[in-house]
Design a protein around this ligand. Sequence first.
Ligand code: GLN
Length: 548
Amino acid sequence: MTKYIFVTGGVVSSLGKGLTAGAVGLLLESHGLKIALQKLDPYINVDPGTMSPYQHGEVYVTEDGTETDLDLGHYERFTNAKLPRDSNYTTGQIYNEVISKARRGDYLGSTVQVIPHITDEIKRCIENMDDEDVDVVISELGGTVGDIEGQPFLEAIRQFGLEKGRDNVMFIHLTLLPYLNASGEVKTKPTQHSVGKLREIGIIPDILICRTEQAMEEEHRTKIALFCNVPVEAVIEEQDVEHSIYEVPLVLREQKLDSQILKHLGIPEGDGDLSEWTAMVDTVCHHLSHVTEVTIVGKYIELHDAYKSIYEALTHAGITHNTKVNFRKVSSEEVEKEGAEKLLEGSKAILVPGGFGDRGIEGKISAIRYARENAIPFFGICLGMQCACIEFGRNILGLEGAHSSEFDKETPHPVIDLMEEQNEVTQKGGTMRLGAYPCEVMDGTRARKTYGQAMVHERHRHRYEFNNSYRDQFQEAGGVFSGLSPDGNLVEIFELPNHPWFVSCQFHPEFQSRPVSTHPLFREFVRASLVYAGVLENDNSAQKQPAG
Ligand code: GLN
């Protein structure tokens, strides 16, 4: 029988519920269990893909093409769980479904209400995760206990716990212990209040995970246990980690979080092997002997979460090379104003990420020109590849005014253009080329050497594509289309061979990178930056996976 863990949060948002849920997943996997992870988001958008990155950070794309909350990125980086469409539900999607059912007549005769119709629908979404071979479903509830829009979800999980039986369902509540500088004290009252709020609804948390800057004393543990009605050992400390978020699962395991969960759910303990993860964390904490810096030229650089998976993937690549990767975040609009030379000088590698809208586009294009002309390692992702093609068209082929028709409908040279199918699309939500597609990687190219295989699957999220009527011209001038869709129709990777490292791709490789298995393109890009900086020699060992 499938078991369920619900992760809720109290006191403040941004406590790291997503990564804690991922960490719990990793701990359970280490006991040989098959887990599934889910995020329930109380906001009303039906399509998380239509939210600005400034509001909610990056839109994470799953293998099956669902546009989701960035917490799903944590889930995939921490665990082996594959995340299907059911892994992310919003209030909007739940209401959408209930309203369609009501209009179809599924509830004929009834008044359609939050309880039971909305709560039933939420429970159905949770049960959708329950594939035959899944041992434990971990479902994280977005927002903070006490939020108005979170109420139906809390009510639904309360009912769920009752219906499935308390031995099969567990409630983990993540909370904050603020530290008051003036009095030098760690305070437990907000935690008591947020647990009180949960108990008002009828949910009694089984485990409290306390986020704290300062170490928790024994007296805090006993006090929280007493006031919140949990055993002392179920008060778990999650203090800010020193080096990396990847330390969190180990911190939780030290306090026997995994044993407590297994005991509650009646699952026998496995061997608890976390050696691969532990070795990776050891590298992060003690063996990052090199440093490099990657310059990211983007539109949303003020907000770290907007390019979350990219920063993580670069960090993974650093771990592979025993290297700490620092980020120089440069606004593409600033590049337009100040010039590439001034803002990019000294860069050891330049990355242009994906994006939408024309703000800062010319800055991205001039950053790419700067990387190309100065032989600085360059990596373009999605819009980054499109900009690399525009730059090549304009400055190598002399196609004046070359552009993407996304930004200039009248361009005489639409080197990037809308796909036929996309011309008919009018709805914005969930209508792009989304999810994993195969890509054939051409022999003799840098991409092929990097991947070490001829066929790969990568995730997409875009409307526009390279315009094939320019393919011959690009190739004649030395551009290489090193990745194509298997039918040869779509350009997936564009690279320049006469440059130390100039690779760009139409897909988002960052979504498949994990700290224990770095994505090859990021691995080699960061390597190229170390070679450029003179830290590593260019030994052409692209296919070797360095230790770490
Ligand atoms: N705006 C571009 C497109 O839709 C690129 C999208 C992206 O970078 N994710 O094709």
